[in-house]
Design a protein around this ligand. Structure first.
Ligand SMILES: NC(=O)C1=CN([C@@H]2O[C@H](COP(=O)(O)OP(=O)(O)OC[C@H]3O[C@@H](n4cnc5c(N)ncnc54)[C@H](OP(=O)(O)O)[C@@H]3O)[C@@H](O)[C@H]2O)C=CC1
Ligand SMILES: C[C@H]1O[C@H](OP(=O)(O)OP(=O)(O)OC[C@H]2O[C@@H](n3cnc4c(=O)[nH]c(N)nc43)[C@H](O)[C@@H]2O)[C@@H](O)[C@@H](O)C1=O
Length: 316
């Protein structure tokens, strides 16, 4: 079996690649420089030449609240193009099994908590990431439509907010954990007595370590069709992946201060957006199939900080 991992240099793609390599699975990879997935003819040529057995679509334009809010055109355009090209050309090349990675932001801003799979398309989205969310919903619907029309087995997973080794630590465009880890680390290193956290600190988020995400992705790929629901009516179009537990951003900041050894003040910059008030996943469906997250948040944050120290320009 040959598995094409799209986005293998990213945080999730690289974790999936590590797991597949450990299991001795043959993989196919192309970097962004070698294959631009927004280029339809390049993706068509690649798929026809390689004809993988399985495709894992972990390539996407990804970023935190500021990046989503600042570059909405890039987020909707690039993600729509990547999904349409990879899914359609995989189908044309005879790929029967595909896993698409969506995001918990597909659910309405005011969805009842925890958010079950059935909350999709039941209300308005969070404005800061609506274009990205619309592209991710299109990805689910692409998979669902090819399954309905052509009998393929294309599955979609909706991860909660992810973190871990390989994350993007950009000061503005990253997600909250890498951004704050870096800020706390710099404060300790340069002797600052204050760290600024965006927003009010009251939004709640659920965080999953990327190794648990890789494990869940391969678990879902390995499920037989009857268990996953690909052949049931109504079809299970997507499945949530998370821990089922959340923390406030203020609680997260306190945890990160402890992990990095910061003992100064934490202040909140309320001019920055909070985004969705809460995004807790209902993970009962995945749990009933036998898959649960194993890495506790504090342990995962310590592991990520260790990776940051070993690989970043800030290593001491
Ligand atoms: N991180 C998170 O908190 C969450 C992530 N997800 C989803 O999980 C998946 C993986 O995310 P994550 O690993 O964090 O993201 P990363 O940004 O770490 O990785 C994405 C990868 O996709 C590649 N890529 C982007 N655009 C293109 C393109 N046009 N052609 C080829 N390759 C491209 C990137 O390459 P390059 O860097 O060279 O551009 C990168 O290697 C995505 O679908 C994302 O939406 C879902 C929920 C939360
Ligand atoms: C995964 C998910 O990621 C994005 O949504 P988000 O959940 O809002 O993700 P975020 O990690 O950027 O922020 C989480 C919370 O944390 C607060 N916050 C504090 N201080 C910093 C900070 O320094 N950086 C960032 N980024 N946020 C901060 C921030 O204000 C917000 O209240 C989506 O656009 C979309 O891409 C998506 O699917």
């Amino acid at each position: 079996m040959r598995v094409y991992v799209a986005g293998h240099r990213g945080m999730v793609g690289s974790a999936i690649l590590r797991r597949l390599a450990a299991d001795g699975v043959e993989t196919i990879t192309r970097s962004h420089a070698e294959l631009d997935l927004t280029d339809q003819s390049a993706v068509a040529s690649f798929m026809q030449a390689e004809r993988p057995d399985v495709v894992i679509l972990a390539a996407a334009k990804v970023g935190g609240i500021h990046a989503n809010n600042t570059y909405p055109a890039d987020f909707i355009y690039e993600n729509l193009m990547i999904e349409a090209n990879v899914i359609h050309q995989a189908f044309r090349a005879g790929v029967e099994r595909l896993l698409f990675l969506g995001s918990s932001c597909i659910y309405p801003r005011e969805a009842p908590q925890p958010m079950a799979e059935g909350a999709l398309l039941t209300g308005p989205l969070e404005p800061t990431n609506e274009p990205y969310a619309i592209a991710k919903i299109a990805g689910i619907k692409l998979c669902e439509s090819y399954n309905r029309q052509y009998g393929t087995d294309y599955r979609s997973v909706m991860p909660t907010n992810l973190y871990g080794p390989g994350d993007n630590f950009h000061p503005e465009n990253s997600h909250v954990i890498p951004a704050m880890l870096r800020r706390f680390h710099e404060a300790v290193r340069y002797g600052k007595d204050e760290v600024v956290v965006w927003g009010s600190g009251t939004p709640r988020r659920e965080f999953l370590h990327v190794d648990d995400m890789a494990e869940a992705s391969l678990f879902i790929m390995d499920l037989n069709a009857a268990t996953y629901g690909a052949n049931t009516q109504p079809m299970l179009s997507h499945i949530n992946v998370g821990t089922g537990e959340d923390v406030s951003i203020a609680e997260l900041a306190t945890l990160l201060a402890e992990v990095t050894g910061f003992r100064g003040r934490i202040v909140f910059d309320r001019t920055k957006p909070d985004g969705a008030p809460r995004k807790l996943m209902d993970v009962s469906r995945l749990a009933a199939m036998g898959c649960r997250a194993g890495i506790r948040l504090r342990d995962g944050l310590a592991d990520t900080y260790q990776w940051f120290l070993e690989t970043s320009e800030f290593r001491t």
